[in-house]
Design a protein around this ligand. Structure first.
Ligand code: MG
Length: 174
């Protein structure tokens, strides 16, 4: 069974911090979106890079791709199609921005629950060492997860895709 690749939108795919710059970063297009809940005021600006879609599709040979974002299933409506991605399964958070154990990010407990013992890689801009420590303690440090913190100023980079491919390949041979 392939490991899961849990994908956050805001940060990794949409480097929202860079929205404050006059021009989108190289390769990105600025979109305007109106997901559920974003009903008043100007539409939500979102930066997306179609290369990310190609890279994620290439990784689908090694991983099962899953959205792990507050966009939940709306990532399939607003984000996936603009990146050329098919509809993906998503983590349906029981609660968002709520309490979390041991200083971890609120998503972490649910990511682990969703993986249910299956190896997983996770890309998110809010991962910290506390998340790594908590997950590693729970898993007995057997290397069954890879947590990549992505800078929300730059989004996913070549090195991240290479690291994801290498980790999946390393698991396959080990
Ligand atoms: Mg994020």
């Amino acid at each position: 069974m392939k490991p899961l690749l849990l994908i956050d939108v805001d940060g990794p795919l949409n480097p929202y911090a860079a929205l404050s710059r006059r021009r989108p970063p190289e390769g990105y297009t600025r979109h305007r979106m109106r997901p559920t809940g974003w009903t008043t005021g100007p539409a939500l600006p979102v930066l997306l890079n179609p290369r990310h879609g190609e890279e994620l599709l290439a990784l689908a040979a090694r991983y099962e791709l899953v959205w792990a974002t507050t966009w939940k299933d709306e990532a399939n409506e607003w984000v996936g199609p603009r990146l050329g991605l098919p509809a993906l399964p998503y983590v349906d958070w029981p609660a968002m921005h709520g309490s979390a154990p041991a200083g971890t990010y609120w998503k972490t407990q649910y990511v682990v629950e969703y993986a249910a013992g299956r190896p997983f890689a996770w890309i998110d801009d809010e991962i910290t060492e506390l998340d790594r420590a908590w997950i590693t303690a729970g898993q007995g440090a057997d290397g069954s997860s890879l947590l990549l913190r992505i800078d929300p100023w730059v989004g996913l980079q070549r090195a991240d895709f290479d690291a994801l491919a290498a980790w999946a390949d390393g698991r396959g041979s080990g």
